[in-house]
Design a protein around this ligand. Structure first.
Ligand code: PHE
Length: 451
C-alpha cells in the first residue's frame, strides 16, 4: 500500500478528522478563553465565528485537499496555475508544527495528572489543588520531560503505522469521553453554589466584553476546528469521492462545539463552587477539575478515583488524535517533497517540536522571563498561531477556493459531481468569496488597532 493511502478506511478518515478537531482545544483552551473573555457573550461570538467563518473555511480546505490528493503545499501548488499559493501550504505546516510544540506541554500536564490521580496525589482542598499545579508546572524538569514524552508518543504512532489501530479504538473511546464529560457535568452542577457558574456560561453580560474578544473568538474557533493549518486539507486528501463534504463539515463542527460547551459546563460550576476565578488562564482546568473528583464523588468510595483516572486517560487520547494530525501534515510534506523515508521525515518534525516544547514549558514554569515581544514563549506561540497564522491561513484558503480555482472544479468537489448539496453551493461560494474574507480582514484590522 502506498504511504498516501495509509488510512484504515474511508469512514476512518472522517473520524480521524473529527479526532483532529476534538482535543485540548475544546476541553482546555475553550474554558479558559471563555473565562478570560467574560463568559456567555464570548460564546455567542464564538458560535458566530464557527458558523459564518469556520464551516465555510473547513469546506474550502476539504475541496482543495480532496481535489489535489496531495500534501498541503503541493495541493495548493497543483491548483494554483503557477502562482505562489503553495506558500499558504507552507504556512499551514509551519503553524501546525508550532502548535504541536506548545500543545505538547499541555498534553504533558495531562499525562502528569493522569499519573498523579492514579497515585491519589491531587486530593485536597481547593488551595492544595492550586498549589499542586503551581509547584508541578514550575519544576524545571518534569513538565519538559512530559511534553517531550508526548511528542515522542506522537512520533511513535506516526512512524509505527499504528494510526489505524488508533482510529479503530477512537470509535469506542470518543463516545466514552463524551459520556464521562456528561457525568462530570452533572456532578459539577450539583455542587453547592454551582449555579453561578452556569449563569456565567449562558447569561451574556455585554459589559464584560473587551476589545480583543473578536480576534480571540475567531482564533478559538479556528484552533478548535484545526482550521487554517492545512491539517484538514491533508486529511481531506484521503477522503473518498463519495464523502459528502458539507455534511462531514457540519457534523464535525457540531460535535466539536458540543464538546466545548460540555467542557465549559464541567469547569465553571466547580470554579464558582470552590472559588477559583474564571480568568485563571491556562491552568484553569487543572486547578478546578480535581475538586469535582474529590468533592462531588466523595460519598461513593473510589468512584472519584476511577472517574478522574478515566477522564485524564481519555483526555490524553483525545489530545493524541489531535497531535497526530499536526505531526502528520509535516511528515507527509517532508517525505513527499524531499523524497525522504517517512521515518526520517517524522524526525524532522519531532525534533523541531521538541525544541519549541522545551522553551514553552520553561516559559510557563521555571523561567517566566523566557519571553518574545513581552509574552511568555508559550503564550506567544499560542497567540501567533491561533490569532494570526490560522486566521490568515483561513482567509487565504477562502480567497484561493473562491477566486483562483476554476468554478467547475470547485462545484464538482463540493457537490460530488452534481449529485449532492447543489442548492448550497451558491451560498457557500458567496461565503468564501465575499463574506468570510471581509469578516476575517475586519477582525484582523481591528486587532491591529486600525479599525
Ligand atoms: N483542533 C485541535 C483541538 O481542538 C487542535 C489542532 C489545531 C489540531 C490545529 C490540528 C491543527 O484540540
Amino acid at each position: 500500500m502506498s504511504e498516501r493511502g495509509s488510512f484504515g478506511s474511508k469512514l476512518g478518515v472522517v473520524l480521524a478528522t473529527a479526532g483532529s478537531a476534538v482535543g485540548l482545544g475544546n476541553v482546555w483552551r475553550f474554558p479558559y478563553m471563555v473565562g478570560e473573555n467574560g463568559g456567555a457573550a464570548f460564546i455567542l461570538i464564538y458560535f458566530g465565528c464557527i458558523v459564518l467563518l469556520g464551516i465555510p473555511g473547513m469546506l474550502g480546505e476539504f475541496v482543495i485537499g480532496r481535489h489535489a490528493q496531495a500534501n498541503a503545499a503541493r495541493a495548493y501548488d497543483k491548483l494554483s496555475g503557477g502562482k505562489p499559493w503553495k506558500l499558504v501550504g507552507y504556512m499551514g505546516i509551519l503553524s501546525a508544527t508550532v502548535i504541536l510544540g506548545f500543545y505538547a506541554v499541555v498534553a504533558g500536564w495531562c499525562l502528569q495528572y493522569l499519573f498523579a490521580s492514579f497515585a491519589g496525589q491531587v486530593n485536597g482542598d481547593a488551595e492544595y489543588v492550586r498549589q499542586y499545579f503551581v509547584s508541578f508546572s514550575s519544576d524545571a524538569l518534569k513538565p519538559v520531560l512530559w511534553g517531550i514524552g508526548f511528542v515522542l508518543l506522537t512520533h511513535f504512532v506516526i512512524v509505527r503505522g499504528v494510526r489505524k489501530g488508533i482510529e479503530r479504538i477512537s470509535k469506542v473511546l470518543m463516545p466514552l469521553l463524551l459520556l464521562l464529560l456528561v457525568i462530570i457535568v452533572v456532578a459539577s452542577c450539583l455542587l453547592p453554589g454551582a449555579l453561578e457558574g452556569v449563569r456565567f456560561l449562558f447569561m451574556p453580560d455585554f459589559s464584560k466584553l473587551s476589545p480583543s474578544i473578536l480576534v480571540e473568538a475567531l482564533g478559538q474557533a479556528f484552533f478548535s476546528l484545526s482550521l487554517g493549518t492545512a491539517c484538514l486539507c491533508t486529511y481531506a486528501s484521503y477522503f473518498s469521492r463519495q464523502t459528502n463534504l458539507l455534511s462531514s463539515a457540519l457534523q464535525i463542527a457540531l460535535l466539536d462545539t458540543f464538546i466545548a460547551i460540555l467542557a465549559g459546563l464541567m469547569i465553571f460550576p466547580v470554579s464558582a463552587s470552590v472559588g477559583v476565578s474564571p480568568d485563571s488562564g491556562p491552568s484553569l482546568i487543572f486547578i478546578t477539575l480535581p475538586n469535582v473528583f474529590s468533592q462531588a464523588f466523595a460519598t461513593v468510595p473510589v468512584l472519584g478515583w476511577v472517574i478522574s483516572v478515566m477522564f485524564y486517560a481519555l483526555l490524553v487520547f483525545a489530545a493524541l488524535t489531535s497531535t497526530i494530525s499536526m505531526h502528520e501534515i509535516g511528515t507527509v510534506f517532508f517525505s513527499e517533497e524531499f523524497h525522504l523515508p517517512r521515518r526520517r521525515a517524522a524526525w524532522i518534525i519531532t525534533l523541531t517540536c521538541s525544541v519549541i516544547c522545551v522553551f514553552c514549558a520553561l516559559s510557563v514554569g521555571a523561567y517566566p522571563d523566557l519571553q518574545v515581544l513581552g509574552l511568555q514563549v508559550m503564550d506567544f506561540c499560542d497567540k501567533l498561531t491561533a490569532n494570526v497564522m490560522m486566521p490568515v491561513g483561513g482567509l487565504l484558503t477562502c480567497l484561493f477556493v473562491g477566486w483562483c480555482i476554476s468554478r467547475r472544479t470547485v462545484y464538482d468537489e463540493f457537490t460530488n459531481g452534481g449529485t449532492t448539496n447543489t442548492g448550497m453551493f451558491a451560498v457557500w461560494l458567496f461565503a468564501v468569496r465575499y463574506a468570510c474574507p471581509t469578516c476575517i480582514i475586519l477582525i484582523l484590522l481591528h486587532q491591529l488597532g486600525i479599525l
